[in-house]
Structure formats: structure tokens, C-alpha cells
Design a protein around this ligand. Structure first.
Ligand SMILES: [Zn+2]
Length: 268
């Protein structure tokens, strides 16, 4: 097994238990064209308009209950023709790794241009105790790399790319039809509002904070109706999601991040 998947499957659930780091939305139809699937601690998001559904992120590697989760929202992964990745981490891109079951076998894949450095092994993802750990996710060639502010038009759906690096070097957010912001892992949000995502999981925390200032300006200008995050569910009070972005979110067993989050997300 690839090292990063070992971390994702065995170390992370143990490490996260009781710390209430993540509070994803349960699988379901949210409204406004938005629906989501929860895989343990993470959400993937879908946007449907005029009979077309596009996807954001692909979840964990070989998530065992994916068929049931798709059925709950009346979707089939094989019908998705466009998949936007916020970043290439195992819990966001593992679902399309060529070593596993591809949950979106017919989708064209889009991701930020600098994110490719992980997929080709040019760049490490984490450094712990002096060891450089690589992101071993590998996806099929043919993906499209995105530039900041680029707009991808899929029939009547408009997706604008926002380059928000920090969590990973090529992390992107997506503004969909000027009303839904898919934020990936730049923000961690609890009942007091949003923080810069946890340093432990963020490769460049200071860069993330800087990028969040830029994202906040965008949000003020565009005023989207909803922010859909990787690990903190979705939020309609969008400005409060930027309340504490100069600070990193922190957690411990004694001081859980989100008191409303489940104790153990991995017993789903
Ligand atoms: Zn994540």
C-alpha cells in the first residue's frame, strides 16, 4: 500500500478521534443545485443545472460505500463528465487514482496548474521528523491544468478558478455561477466563523493566510450565496467564514475545534 494511503486509512482516523476537527455535511441534496456526498471526514460537492451535473473533488481511495452514497442523491458517477479538483490530496483525489476504482471514469479532470508537481512526484507534500512524504496519488493523463481567474464554461454553467495556494501549492477554489464557492481546504469553520486551515495539514500556512485575504476580497465583491468546504460542511453566512483568517485553526483533545462535530467520523 502506498504510504500516503496508509496514513489516510489507519493513522488519520486514530489521530482525529475526539478532536472534532471536521464537521462535514451528511450526504444529501442541499438546494440551489448543490448536493454532496460525505465520505467519513470529507465532502465532495455536485452542482446540477439544466440536466448537467459537475463534480468537485473525488473523495478517498476506494471508499467502500460510494454506490449507496451516490444513490442517496440520485446520481451515478459514470454520468459525470466534468470533475474539478480543489487539490490532489488523498482525501480529495483518491477516488480517481489509477491504482483504485475510478468513481468518475468518464469525467474530464481539471486542477490548478501548480498542483501537478505532486502528481508527477516532483514535489513532496509533508515534512515530518525530517522525512519528506510525497503525495502518491496518480491520476490518468489528459487532465486540464487551470490558471488563476480562468473561466470554464460547461453549457450554461460557469466555473471560475481562483488560485488559493497554501494548503497545497496549487490549491484552487471555484466560484460556480457567481453564487456557490467551493473552497476545498483553505478554511476551517466552527460556530465562531472561519480560520485559516489547520497548520498540521497545511504545507504553507502563511501563504494560505495571504491567499485567504485575496479570497475574502473576492467574496465581498461577488457575494456568493454559499460556501462549500472540504471538511466543515457548507455555510450561508459567507462573510463569517472569514472572521479569523489571520489565525490558524487549532485543535487538541482538550480543546476540540468544533464542539458540534462528531467524535469519530470514521465509524460511518
Ligand atoms: Zn482535505
Amino acid at each position: 500500500m502506498k504510504l500516503i494511503y496508509f496514513f489516510d486509512e489507519y493513522i488519520k482516523p486514530f489521530f482525529m478521534r475526539g478532536k472534532k476537527i471536521a464537521n462535514p455535511a451528511d450526504t444529501g441534496i442541499i438546494g440551489n443545485g448543490v448536493s454532496c456526498i460525505r465520505e467519513y471526514d470529507v465532502n465532495m460537492w455536485f452542482y446540477t443545472k439544466d440536466g448537467i451535473t459537475i463534480a468537485f473533488d473525488a473523495g478517498h481511495f476506494n471508499y467502500p460505500k460510494i454506490k449507496q452514497e451516490f444513490a442517496k442523491i440520485g446520481l451515478d458517477g459514470r454520468e459525470i463528465q466534468h470533475l474539478f479538483l480543489t487539490h490532489a490530496d488523498v482525501d480529495h483525489a483518491g477516488g480517481i487514482d489509477i491504482a483504485g476504482r475510478n468513481i468518475f471514469p468518464n469525467a474530464r479532470v481539471y486542477l490548478g496548474k501548480r498542483e501537478e508537481a505532486y502528481l508527477t512526484g516532483k514535489m513532496h507534500r509533508l515534512q515530518r521528523l525530517g522525512f519528506k512524504i510525497k503525495n502518491d496519488v496518480r491520476i490518468a493523463r489528459g487532465y486540464q491544468l487551470l490558471e488563476d481567474k480562468q473561466v470554464i464554461q460547461i453549457d450554461s454553467i460557469r466555473v471560475q478558478v481562483l488560485d488559493i495556494p497554501g494548503h497545497t501549492i496549487g490549491h484552487c477554489c471555484y466560484l460556480v455561477d457567481d453564487k456557490i464557492l467551493i473552497s476545498g481546504d483553505c478554511l476551517a469553520i466552527n460556530e465562531t466563523g472561519g480560520y485559516s486551515f489547520f497548520d498540521f495539514f497545511t504545507q504553507y500556512p502563511e501563504l494560505n493566510k495571504k491567499a485567504l485575504q485575496r479570497l475574502k476580497k473576492w467574496v465581498k465583491k461577488k457575494n456568493p450565496e454559499m460556501i462549500c468546504t472540504g471538511h466543515s460542511g457548507c455555510h450561508k453566512d459567507v462573510l463569517s467564514c472569514f472572521n479569523h483568517i489571520a489565525e490558524s485553526a487549532v485543535f487538541s483533545k482538550r480543546k476540540p475545534f468544533d464542539k458540534n462535530a462528531p467524535y469519530d467520523l470514521f465509524n460511518q
